[in-house]
Write a protein that binds this ligand. Structure first.
Ligand SMILES: O=C(O)c1ccc(O)c(O)c1
Ligand SMILES: [Mg+2]
Length: 578
């Protein structure tokens, strides 16, 4: 039974019909009908019931029923009248479970005995009609705001038609210990709602109504949480209830697929679904984009091979391989090749996780970038070697690839790379770039690193370069030497202003400070090590290259320096346009 999946209509955008169609198309077994969606619909409850049946969707929950318990007698009478009407509606709808959330009403009093006896009365009315009442503690409930408290009241009420609804957001946002869930008898857990969220230091109501995420996109440990609920004996559906400003505006069809991906990954991690495991990734095989060959030449690459059937050139230096594809128009990174211990296995996993297929072992990431799973070197058989002698100036491989994400795909991208490729998301960082705040999150493992960057708000005519540029970062062992060599070859390296180096001198006393300044090489240091890096100018509108040197196991990406080079890119673009 815990293989059943459901989604609350409130997660998705559009009319009730749009939401139901999207949920069904993504493969959900059931839905929670959110009351507002029903009220705004022109269809009668029985028509909605038929529509759901036609789409193959169960109606697992009707919600929410608010502000019921612990009230004076006259309010109770009105609340019971309201409940009877809703139970009539549920009978028409064919829904047998209603969510009652803990009261926020000024009419309510702090009296557990009263709450329990009134919920008992409600359960009596519900039970006679074959309806179950699932009582949920809202994190901001006036008197009841923890699941332990809701369970104490449900236990005291002691009615077969009354149980609890557990919602991971309310429980984890308040940092309640979820282990005690195991002490609730499984049959008294009437419903389970799942939502992740980023850790934000803000009022819980606002956090809940705007920033919930699908499992795996935020910072909560949903696998452990769900493990406790299943260990308690819960056998109902895993249902997503995510209030999120972005998803509420997004096309509901891909949003529902993203939602389903989160549940497939969650079920894998709690052991209720077996899917092909993520094969080990052995590094970046290539990055495919469209830049003039002369730029790569100036960076010390040689044209090593030509594709047998496509207008694609393979440029190489060390183990850094760049595919120049003349047919990709906007010049952005169009494909990434990743070395997989089992390319077919990687592709099977991606397919199970609902990634659109692009080729026999390639899939599309949420932003459309193609991810190609490569065996060690056999993909090279599609290329005819040019015979050019390998040379180079010290670039050894690809260190990471920075993929700028459309803001609306940022959270989806995190989940995609985490679940499909098995990469580990790092902390989210934010920095003030010249044209607004940028959110950045790296996903990676030992050998594959990607950074996902996104402008938080992108509006108006003033902000240039939409969408923002991406970049491919090459690794080297001596950034200063490589920078000098590349300048000598006339590579289009980006000039960094003197103020940056004055600040660096103030913060650090570096023996090589003058060389950094002279070569426009940037510097960062943290507890993990040191980092030297420099960039080329923008090549076309959408890409540039970076060369990086990691010292002593530095794990970051020099994010502190990003605003500096972003500004330099902007100035350079303006000066070229003049
Ligand atoms: O934000 C709310 O009011 C609300 C309503 C119903 C829920 O199940 C919930 O978790 C929150
Ligand atoms: Mg809820």
């Amino acid at each position: 039974m815990s293989g059943d999946t459901a989604i609350a209509t409130v997660c998705l955008s559009g009319t009730l019909e749009d939401k139901l169609a999207a949920a069904a198309a993504a493969g959900f077994g059931g839905v929670e009908i959110f009351e507002n969606d029903l009220i705004a619909s022109r269809r009668s409850p029985s028509e909605i019931r038929r529509l759901c049946a036609d789409l193959g969707l169960r109606i697992d929950l009707y919600q929410p029923f608010r502000d019921f318990e612990a009230v004076p007698p006259d309010v109770l009478r009105a609340n019971l009248r309201r409940a009877r009407r809703k139970f009539d509606l549920m009978a028409e709808l064919g829904a047998d479970t209603v969510l009652v959330c803990s009261s926020v009403s000024p009419d309510a009093v702090d009296d557990d005995d009263l709450a329990a006896s009134q919920l008992h009365e409600l359960a009596e009315v519900a039970g006679e009609r074959g309806i179950r009442v699932a009582y949920e503690a809202l994190a901001w409930g006036r008197f009841v705001n923890t699941y332990e408290h809701a369970w104490r009241i449900v236990r005291r009420a002691d009615h077969a038609a009354l149980g609890v609804c557990l919602d991971s957001f309310h429980i984890l946002s308040r940092r309640s210990d979820p282990r005690a869930i195991r002490t609730i008898p499984g049959e008294k857990i009437f419903f389970l709602q799942l939502a992740d969220a980023p850790l934000l230091d803000m009022d819980v109501l606002h956090w809940s109504r705007h920033h919930r995420l699908f499992p795996g996109q935020g910072a909560f440990d949903l696998a452990t949480f769900t493990g406790h609920v299943l260990a308690a004996g819960y056998r109902g559906p895993l249902s997503l209830e995510v209030f999120n400003d972005v998803f509420r505006q997004a096309d509901p069809r891909p949003a529902a697929v993203d939602a389903m991906r989160s549940l497939v990954a969650l079920r894998e991690s709690v052991g209720t679904l077996e899917i092909p495991p993520a094969p080990r990734l052995g590094g970046h095989a290539f990055a495919e984009l469209s830049v003039p060959g002369t730029v790569l030449e100036a960076l010390g690459f040689v044209r090593a091979a030509t594709h047998r059937s496509k207008p694609v050139q393979l440029w190489q230096q060390g183990s850094a391989r760049v595919l120049v594809n003349e047919t990709t128009r906007d010049g952005a990174v169009s494909a990434l090749g990743l070395v997989s211990a089992d390319p077919a296995g990687s592709a099977r996993r991606a397919e199970t996780l609902l990634a659109p297929e692009r080729g026999p072992s390639s899939v599309a990431a949420p932003d459309g970038t193609e991810i190609v799973f490569c065996g060690n070197d056999e993909w090279l058989r599609d290329f005819v070697p040019s015979g050019a002698a390998p040379s180079g100036v010290g670039i050894t491989g690809i260190d990471h690839i920075a993929l700028t994400q459309p803001f609306d795909h940022f959270d989806e991208a995190t989940l995609f790379y985490r679940s499909v490729l098995g990469l580990r998301p790092e902390e989210v960082s934010e920095f003030a770039a010249p044209f607004g705040l940028v959110r950045s999150r790296a996903v990676g493992d030992q050998d594959v690193r990607l950074t996902l960057d996104s402008a938080l708000v992108r509006r108006g005519e003033w902000a240039p370069g939409v969408p923002s540029p991406q970049h491919v970062a090459f690794a080297c062992e001596d950034a200063l030497a490589v920078a000098r060599a590349l300048r000598g070859r006339g590579a289009p390296l980006l000039d960094i202003p003197g103020n940056y180096y004055d600040d660096l001198d103030a913060r650090f006393d570096l023996p090589f400070a003058a060389e950094l300044r002279e070569n426009s090489v940037l510097y960062d240091r943290d507890s993990s090590g040191e980092f030297l890096h420099f960039c080329t100018e923008l090549i076309g509108a959408r890409v540039f290259f970076e060369v990086v040197q990691r010292i002593g196991g530095y794990r970051g990406y020099g994010v502190v320096n990003t605003p500096v080079y972003m500004t330099a890119h902007r100035e350079r673009r303006l000066s070229l346009a003049r």
